[in-house]
Write a protein that binds this ligand. Structure first.
Ligand code: ATP
Length: 362
């Protein structure tokens, strides 16, 4: 399986720049998710890789081969779309088999490949059924099986589970995870759904307005976003952000904030006079009793969110912080609470929204 490389890819449509000078490597045998809000250029990038769109500038490489001008049909790409591409009136088995008949394969190899995808995708019970008898999730599994069995050099998924119901989504996610784990193909997966990206990706390319804001392993991107955009876009809800003025403190620099019980020193700044403190709601500690590094606050709102957890908004001086707590504590808390923002979980951003290599300390 080749490594896919985009070098300075730029794509301009009349009135809009869909992709802005993007360079990225999709390493062999990894799953990269292109994640971002609608209109950020994910699909355009994928279509450029597939050869369905020509870049305005820049090049596409499969390993060391420049394939920018190679027609789509010669790229050995497999694509899975939002809506399954399958034949309705023939069986699942036949659907998977048809594209393989175009390849020069021995019968035993063909059967082996079909059986492999049927096993991985859990399609055993459906092999003899016609597509018209299947639900949307299973149809999409068949579309995936058809693509994967051909063993293309690169597989592109364009929001493949957006249009199936919630239960089928869970099943499909599990099947895709298994598929990617077993096949180790170069997979590029477009989605606007962060949970999908966090579950499936080895690396996520987070996109905004035609640019890649950060390319990283899911956990790293989540815990240490390079940009406020990553803090805001990922998480449910995203990070809390608090802007502060940098002040002189004990011969150095520091900040005073109602988030902390006293002034804090800041090291590693590079001339910034304002910084933004970011912390995720689930990394903030909430208690009913005072503790060492906690400050007292008043609960303004609380409501139940996914998994029975509570999202609690707490007023700390002139700031409101969102905190995610477990169901037991969530039920117990009333008005007065104690809030601790552990320094290890704090990310600092500069006025341009980029993460700073700076630290807070007592
Ligand atoms: P979505 O999830 O909504 O598809 P996306 O992140 O995949 O969004 P793209 O579809 O790549 O984004 O679109 C990026 C930008 O380019 C958008 O502003 C879109 O309107 C524009 N665009 C995409 N295709 C074309 C086209 N063929 N002609 C003109 N503008 C286009």
């Amino acid at each position: 399986m080749p490594e896919v490389r985009l070098v300075d890819i730029h794509k301009k449509y009349p009135g809009v720049i869909a992709v802005k000078n993007v360079s990225i490597t999709f390493t062999t045998a990894t799953v990269t998710c292109l994640l971002g809000p609608s209109g950020c250029g994910k699909t355009t990038m994928m279509r450029i890789i597939a050869g369905l769109e020509t870049p305005t500038a820049g090049d596409v490489f499969f390993d060391d081969n420049r394939i920018t001008d190679l027609p789509a049909r010669k790229r050995k790409i497999g694509m899975v779309f939002q809506y399954p591409v399958v034949y309705r009136n023939i069986s699942v088995y036949r659907n998977i088999e048809l594209p393989l008949l175009e390849e020069k394969l021995s019968e035993s190899e063909r059967k082996k490949r079909i059986q492999q995808v049927i096993d991985i995708l859990g399609l055993e019970d459906s092999v003899e059924k016609e597509i018209s008898q299947l639900d949307g999730g299973t149809r999409q599994k068949v579309a995936i099986a058809r693509t994967v069995a051909r063993q293309p050099a690169v597989i592109l998924f364009d929001e493949p589970i957006t249009n199936v119901d919630a239960e089928a989504k869970v099943q499909l996610k599990r099947a895709l995870k298994e598929l990617t784990r077993q096949l180790r193909q170069t997979i590029i997966y477009v989605t606007h759904d962060q949970t999908e990206a966090m579950t499936l990706a080895d690396q996520i390319a987070l996109m905004k307005e035609g640019e890649i804001v950060q390319l990283d392993a899911p956990r790293k991107l989540y815990n240490r976003p390079d940009d406020v955009f990553g803090g805001w876009f990922l998480g449910n809800p995203g990070m809390n952000f608090f802007e502060h003025r940098v002040e002189a403190l004990d011969g150095g620099l520091g900040l005073k904030s109602p988030l902390f019980p006293g002034p804090l020193k800041i090291s590693g700044l590079n001339g910034q006079d304002r910084i933004t403190v970011g912390i995720r709601p689930e990394h903030v500690k909430l208690g009913r009793e005072p503790s060492n590094f906690a400050v007292g606050g008043n609960v303004r709102r609380k409501f139940i969110v996914v998994g029975g957890h509570y999202l609690v908004s707490v007023e700390l001086g002139d700031k409101i912080i969102k905190v995610k707590v477990d169901p037991v504590l969530g039920r117990q808390i009333e008005i007065e609470v104690w809030v601790e923002c552990p320094l290890d979980w704090i990310t600092l951003f500069g006025p341009d929204g980029r993460r700073l290599d700076a630290n807070l300390s007592v």
